[in-house]
Design a protein around this ligand. Structure first.
Ligand code: SF4
Length: 479
């Protein structure tokens, strides 16, 4: 009888891409998608280790699935926690049958589940240090056709930066970018070539540095200078992807590499959406974070983009309570948020990650104070987001229908931002002109203009593609 799998995905969109690729390998191995985790012979948890809350969510998920799986089903843990804490996980959770670091088979060496009450065995081996990681890559594995009209495409793994709070380079390794050819082949395979894929969302740890690891000098273009010819492979990639699909969206843009050439390339796609990875606006804080820039330069860039495209949408994320963050730094952040009027913002409490530069810094901020500061930031931003959404009432916008009754315009990234509720008869996978009739916090309600889709329904076929047995939780993932 054919064995069936279930993959539970936690964390960020980059993890979702890895899960899709794991599905590809399982299908090649003869597995079928299960309808639920309780029906699966193989239950996989693709974990997130971004911050403490994400790790706890991963562990809770593993324990819950261990309880609900059917008799004899194997439980495999992979992803960032498996990579970073493999031995500890295996020791602490005897419920796990296999800890599989990046690139390891989910099947090959899975030992049998120990009988109840037996001595827990160490199932994983300590992951190799980052310097020896390069062999890994799920990046170039085959991937099943997307069940949605949009798809994430991961274009690089790892990161060359050294942000004070971040452990990712230590276990994901240095940046290794895919070839443009393999990325475009994946876009085509997912529906770019037959017109059934409506949107590609490009992701990487540091997307705007795509392929700089493959250039000789790893020269970083500067926001305040013209792009030097030939050192912006991300610009060429965006243009090439955009020629294949209707919408191309970019996530995770480090501010120093968002230069004029990249802004122009993004605007040329027709998706004026800018996901700026800012983390703070106070110069002393950013220096302590070992990151580029400061608030006024960020505002200048946002103003210049708005001058070119007044309807551009912006997202960013900030870390609150980084060691040494003073009341003045916090007030600076609040004032900046009010000034910037971004559409979407995520706030994350500083998480002390072992082995990072920030772990040993003085002046750690009291957790109650961090909670209070996040509350202030969130209240302020929620009001800004709601106000900006109210302003759209009465306007006509184009939306892509993701699921029955649920759509998005270019202003909303899938699974991250708000949604546009539309009548449920609108064909999934098609674009429609709609009039916004109401707003509720981050979400909008809209009704169609005219009878048919903008694209004649050509994209609706994507909605009928075979589904994959995966679930995603993005609540505490990296932003
Ligand atoms: S925060 Fe982002 S850019 Fe900085 S080191 Fe981590 S992955 Fe790289």
């Amino acid at each position: 009888m054919t064995e069936r799998y279930w993959i539970e995905t936690l964390g960020c969109p980059k993890n979702q891409v890895d899960s899709d690729k794991l599905v590809g390998t399982l299908v090649v191995d003869g597995f079928e998608a299960a309808d639920s985790p309780e029906d699966a012979d193989l239950v996989v948890v693709n974990t997130c280790a971004f911050i403490e809350a994400a790790r706890q969510e991963s562990i809770d998920t593993v324990l819950e699935l261990a309880d609900t799986r059917k008799d004899g089903a194997r439980l495999v843990v992979t992803g960032c926690m498996a990579e970073r804490y493999g031995d500890e996980l295996a020791e602490a959770l005897p419920e796990i049958d296999l800890v599989a670091p990046f690139g390891a088979s989910l099947l090959a060496s899975a030992p049998s589940k120990p009988p109840s009450g037996s001595t827990p065995v160490t199932l994983g081996s300590k992951p190799a240090p980052a310097a020896t990681i390069p062999d890994f890559d799920l990046l170039n594995l085959p991937r099943p056709h997307s069940s949605a009209p949009w798809s994430y495409i991961k274009v690089a793994e790892g990161c060359d930066r050294n942000c004070g709070f971040c452990a990712i380079p230590s276990f994901r390794g240095k940046q290794r970018s895919r070839s443009t050819e393999s990325i475009l082949a994946e876009v085509d395979q997912l529906g770019g070539s037959d017109g059934t894929l409506a949107e590609v969302v490009l992701v990487a740890q540091d997307l705007s540095s795509f392929a700089l690891d493959r250039s000789t000098g790893r020269t970083e273009p500067r926001i305040d200078g013209p792009a030097v010819g030939g050192n912006r492979p991300i610009v060429d990639l965006v243009a090439a992807v955009s020629a294949r699909v209707r919408w191309t969206r970019l996530l995770y843009l480090y501010p120093s590499t968002l230069d004029d050439a990249l802004v122009e390339a993004i605007l040329a796609t027709g998706v004026p959406y800018f996901d700026l990875s800012l983390q703070h606006v106070s110069r002393p804080m950013l220096k302590r974070m070992r990151r580029w820039g400061e608030g006024e330069r960020f505002l200048e860039r946002i103003r210049s983009i708005r001058a070119a495209e007044p309807t551009a949408a912006f997202r960013s994320s900030f870390i609150v309570g980084y060691p040494g963050e003073t009341e003045a730094d916090h007030d600076h952040l609040l004032a900046w948020i009010e000034e910037a009027q971004l559409d979407w913002v995520g706030f994350f409490p500083f998480s002390n990650e072992a082995g990072t530069y920030a772990a040993d810094l003085d002046d750690q901020v009291d957790s109650d104070l961090v909670t209070e500061r996040i509350r202030e930031c969130t209240e302020l931003q929620d009001a800004i987001t709601a106000r900006r959404r109210d302003l759209l009432i009465g306007s006509t916008i184009e939306v892509l229908v993701d699921a029955p009754g649920e759509a998005r315009s270019y202003r909303e990234a899938p699974e991250i931002d708000g949604i546009v509720t539309v009548p449920s008869h609108l064909a999934v996978g098609s674009f429609f002109e709609v009039v916004v009739t109401d707003s509720d916090g981050p979400d909008l309600t809209a009704v169609p203009v005219g009878d048919g889709p903008n694209d004649g329904g050509a994209l609706a076929a994507a909605a009928t593609a075979t589904g994959t047995a995966t679930a995603t939780a993005t609540g505490t993932g990296e932003r």
